[in-house]
Design a protein around this ligand. Structure first.
Ligand code: PRP
Length: 212
């Protein structure tokens, strides 16, 4: 039997994902050692491998077949736009992709003015403003702490993930428009889906009916 390899987005999502996988009998004792600096973990008995990657790299590993299966947020899947199959909504990591800013920016959005939009997600922002709203905007790519941008005058609004809304609130910003609901998804390499169909379909089926 070949190894089936999972790429997980490291951080909170990976911990939650392993809990869900454990509930259907997919376990990896090696991974529970939080002090370990190992990058790849193996369950020899079940012929499974797991590795943790930066979220935005998970679709890449899955597209090239370095991982058969990935678990990552819908935000990353849309932004990376890789040739992979999205097979299941895991219903964890629920949040929303939003346009946010100071209340005063609401008017700028409605009047369709040329505004600047700071974001970690330029593709999602472009799709929304150019193709859905038909509004010309200037997109500025940032790599984190995006809420800073409207506060220091880099942009009028941001496109970012809102989970509890605390970050926005504590910085005097609010949700101005909702773009998409988000959650963690399971993705599969198209070749693996054919070659390992039985094993992968069984995992999807078990995950779909977990807790029933
Ligand atoms: C995300 C997102 C927001 C925050 C939203 O940031 O970009 O900043 O979480 O969560 P909240 O609505 O519950 O406050 P993340 O922690 O991923 O950091 P980064 O964007 O700075 O990389």
């Amino acid at each position: 039997m070949e190894y089936l390899t999972f790429a997980l987005a490291k951080g909170r999502l990976a911990t939650k994902t392993m809990e869900i996988l454990e509930s259907i009998g997919i376990t990896c004792e090696e991974m529970k050692d939080k002090d370990s600096r190992k990058l790849i973990f193996v369950n020899e008995e079940k012929k499974l491998k797991f590795f943790l990657a930066k979220a935005s790299d998970v679709p890449t590993y899955v597209e090239y077949g370095a991982a058969d299966i990935g678990v990552v947020g819908r935000d990353t899947i849309l932004e990376e736009d890789r040739h992979i199959y999205e097979v299941l909504d895991l219903n964890i990591g629920r949040c929303r992709m939003c346009v946010a800013g100071p209340e005063s920016a609401k008017e700028l959005l409605q009047s369709g003015q040329l505004i600047r939009v700071a974001t970690k997600y330029p593709k999602i922002a472009k799709d929304y403003f150019f193709h859905k709203k038909h509004q010309t905007v200037e997109i500025i790519k940032l790599n984190g702490s995006v809420e800073l941008a409207p506060i220091v005058g880099l942009s009028e609004v941001i496109v970012d993930i809102v989970e509890t809304g605390t970050t926005l609130k504590e910085n005097g910003l609010s949700v101005l428009e909702e773009i998409l609901p988000l959650s963690a998804r399971m993705v599969v390499n198209p070749v693996s889906m054919k070659m390992e169909h039985e094993r992968i379909a069984d995992i999807i089926e078990k995950l779909r009916h977990r807790g029933e």
